[in-house]
Design a protein around this ligand. Structure first.
Ligand code: FES
Length: 183
């Protein structure tokens, strides 16, 4: 009698172990696409956090070197975690270079009652046509008789790669001395 034929589990048990092993391997392989699918599914949440709120407006070359403000429309798509909506104008800003090489951004909306201010190059200041508030080129109240309760609303600016100008566009409540963002 050959002794080696008695080594190892009986044939029925071997089949059972093979099936268990195959089942485990199959389950592991099945989890790979599920994990990849979940990563793709949740990726928009990660991307939204990385880019939320900043809008590319222009390049530094698009701004006069002498500090005169230039007006730009802000175009942005409304984005939630999984949907991207059509690009549309959501507001406007004045951008200007400052003496120290920075870029300043102001929302064009007058903080008195919400009209759009104009920049008057011949006077070197902003004028609101509705009730004649005036603002210096740096956004401060110019004429103390201005009914605006605060200066123009400055916005956060980022210059990326030394040339692209990005702005965090926000609107703020009119008629308040404090700068309160509109939700
Ligand atoms: S809305 Fe600008 S001064 Fe009144």
């Amino acid at each position: 009698m050959n002794e080696s034929s008695n080594v190892g589990p009986p044939a029925g048990r071997r089949d059972f172990l093979k099936k268990v092993c195959a089942g485990i391997i199959g389950a592991i392989l099945g989890l790979v696409p599920v994990g990849a699918g979940l990563a793709v599914f949740f990726d928009p949440l990660r991307r939204k956090t990385a880019t939320q709120g900043l809008v590319r407006v222009t390049t530094l070359e698009g701004l006069p070197e002498d500090g005169v403000p230039r007006k730009f429309t802000i175009v942005s798509g409304r984005v939630d975690a999984w949907n991207k909506f059509r690009q549309a104008a959501i507001g406007a800003v004045y951008l200007r270079r400052t003496n120290d090489g920075q870029v300043q951004a102001f929302n064009v909306v007058c903080p008195h009652a919400g009209c759009f201010v104009d920049y008057l190059p011949e006077r070197g200041h902003y004028l609101c046509p509705c009730h004649n508030s005036t603002f210096t080129v740096a956004g401060k109240i110019d004429d103390p008789a201005s009914p605006a309760p605060r200066g123009l609303d400055a916005l956060e600016v980022e210059v990326r790669g030394g040339k692209e100008v990005w702005v965090r566009f926000r609107n703020f409540q009119a008629g308040q001395a404090e700068k309160i963002p509109v939700a």
